[in-house]
Design a protein around this ligand. Structure first.
Ligand code: SF4
Ligand code: SF4
Length: 221
């Protein structure tokens, strides 16, 4: 999931100071789980804006805010409310914000959140980054633990010389990613694999902007 956090409210107020009427769009997926774009957060934003003397013409939580066509269809019942607004606030990730930009090309659109990383929710409202979307996954060689993300140096052959009693030299309160990988490989009886030297990574696989037409290739090939 995409982990988001609320932007600084004063910064947002500065962004929208020239607008008077707003429509709010949240997202029922990641932003709802992050507590940044579900019904309670939209309601709180509505109250904040109204306290500032602004008008909220409507609000809606998209099923999946980064799904452009689906969101377009879901927004049809809000046509009148949207016509009466001069600014849309998107309470999801940056992708959701850009859905609104695509759908409302003549209306100002602002994000209320910062998009931080792709992560896992480990406990309620607790998130860990697990993948940096590098474009060429190495989890098949590292026991399913990502060194690109979990090692601050992104080492593909580790650990570095700074690991100390299983901890990372960069963040001593954190387990060394490569010690975790070693322990995992031991558990699944693949320590021999760790003797292989990983080739330098082709970072161009993660160059942006990326796109994918998944219709062209079905399956894993
Ligand atoms: S190797 Fe790359 S794609 Fe695989 S989990 Fe790590 S960052 Fe993500
Ligand atoms: S101690 Fe481990 S996790 Fe930290 S930088 Fe070195 S190899 Fe990476």
């Amino acid at each position: 999931m995409i982990i988001t956090k609320k932007r600084d409210l004063e910064e947002l107020k500065e962004n929208i100071k020239n607008y008077n009427s707003f429509f709010l769009i949240g997202c029922s997926e990641c932003a709802t789980l992050c507590g940044t774009g579900g019904e309670p957060e939209l309601q709180a934003m509505k109250e904040t804006l109204e306290a500032e003397g602004k008008k909220v013409t409507g609000s809606f939580v998209a099923k999946t805010g980064c799904q452009v066509l689906g969101t377009k269809v879901e927004l049809k019942p809000f046509k009148d409310a949207l016509a009466g607004t001069d600014c849309i606030l998107v309470m999801s990730c940056g992708a959701g914000t850009q859905t609104a930009v695509e759908l409302f090309q003549d209306t100002a659109v602002y994000p209320t959140n910062d998009s931080l990383f792709l992560g896992n929710m480990t406990r309620m409202q607790m998130f860990d980054q697990r993948c940096s979307l590098c474009g060429k996954c190495v989890l098949d060689k590292t026991g399913g633990i990502c060194p690109v993300t979990a090692c601050p140096k992104g080492l593909l052959n580790g650990p570095c010389g700074g690991t100390n009693e299983g901890k990372c030299e960069v963040s001593p309160d954190m387990e060394c990613a490569w010690v975790r990988i070693y322990n995992r490989m031991k558990r699944i009886d693949q320590l021999e694999e760790m003797k292989k030297i990983a080739e330098p990574k082709d970072w161009s696989a993660g160059n942006t902007p990326m796109n994918l037409n998944a219709r062209e290739k079905k399956g894993g090939g």
